[in-house]
Structures are given as structure tokens and as C-alpha cells.
Design a protein around this ligand. Structure first.
Ligand SMILES: [Zn+2]
Length: 182
């Protein structure tokens, strides 16, 4: 009986100790800070980047990349097309190879997805513009945002609404195709 209690005591202590170690390593890395407000300069391209929610990062990383991180808070998203950094936090950098989705805004992305919730890519927009002279991308996305609603927080690498990026992509493609109304 006595030895059983002692055993239990030992097990519990070791579990407690393990928890303590985890918390400590987490706070040393300063990774459990609240959602970042404001912008941070990308370590690579030095452009200003917006903070992203932990759930965005957690949802989009590969299993392998997830194993390397103790938590997912405090990351910023670099949207510079020519910069290979996707997310960064202090000295930590995550690139395309750490993500399970293609980051459509980066140079060479294929497909160049601009709307992750309703699957609009630059290729699809270009096809519509070429064949019909116009694209319903913005109207369709706006309508679907109302119903059924979107999941940008977990599907879009930026963690935010894609409408700005879609608008920009449409203009860019129209210009490439020589549309005169741009
Ligand atoms: Zn960058």
C-alpha cells in the first residue's frame, strides 16, 4: 500500500515537472504572447507584415513543420511576392515548404490561388477574361461571403479576407491582356 502511494506520488510529480518544463521553454521562446497587433518588418524583404492568428498558422502548416513548433502564436505573414518568407516570428522563418497549401501570392505559385474559400486562382480569372471579356470573381466571392460564408481565418495564408487581393489580381490580369478600361 505504502509503496503504491509512493509510486503514484512519483508519477504525479514527474508529470507536473514535465508541464513546468514545457511552460518554461514556451515562455523563453516568447511564443505564447497574445495575437500580435500592428505590423512587423519581414526579416528577409523588410516590408511590413501583418500578424496572423495562431489558428491560421496551425491549420496551414504541414505535420512536419507543426512538430517543430511548441505553439503557433505571434507569427507575421509576409505577402511580398518575391520574398520566400511566408511566416516569421522573431528569428523563426516558415516558407512554402512548411505549408500544406500553395501560397498563391508568391512568385511562381501554381495554382496562383487568390481566394481559398471559393477557389479562385489567377489562372481561372485569366481564363474568364480571355473567353468572356469579364470575370464574375468579385461578384461571386462577395455573394458567397454572405451565404454560405467564408473561412479565411483557416484557409487563407493571410488569415484575412481575400477581396483586396482578388481585385488587384483582376486589374493586373486585365492589364496583361491589354484591356483598355484598366
Ligand atoms: Zn518578406
Amino acid at each position: 500500500m505504502t509503496s503504491e502511494v509512493q509510486n503514484k506520488g512519483y508519477v504525479m510529480l514527474s508529470v507536473l515537472k514535465k508541464k513546468e518544463e514545457n511552460t518554461q521553454s514556451c515562455s523563453t521562446q516568447n511564443c505564447c504572447a497574445p495575437q500580435p497587433k500592428g505590423k512587423e518588418e519581414c526579416l528577409e524583404c523588410h516590408e511590413k507584415a501583418n500578424g496572423v492568428l495562431a489558428k491560421t498558422v496551425e491549420h496551414l502548416l504541414t505535420g512536419e513543420a507543426k512538430k517543430e513548433l511548441s505553439c503557433f502564436e505571434g507569427f507575421y505573414y509576409c505577402k511580398t511576392p518575391s520574398c520566400e518568407v511566408v511566416y516569421f516570428r522573431d528569428k523563426e522563418i516558415l516558407t512554402q515548404k512548411d505549408l500544406s497549401v500553395v501560397v498563391g501570392l508568391k512568385v511562381g505559385a501554381n495554382p496562383a490561388t487568390v481566394c481559398y474559400c471559393f477557389e479562385w486562382s489567377k489562372e481561372k480569372i485569366k481564363k474568364e477574361l480571355t473567353e468572356k471579356g469579364e470575370t464574375v470573381a468579385l461578384e461571386e466571392i462577395t455573394a458567397k461571403m454572405e451565404n454560405p460564408g467564408c473561412s479565411c481565418e483557416t484557409l487563407n495564408p493571410s488569415g484575412g479576407c481575400c477581396l483586396g487581393d482578388v481585385g488587384k489580381a483582376v486589374k493586373e490580369i486585365q492589364k496583361d491582356l491589354g484591356f483598355s478600361n484598366v
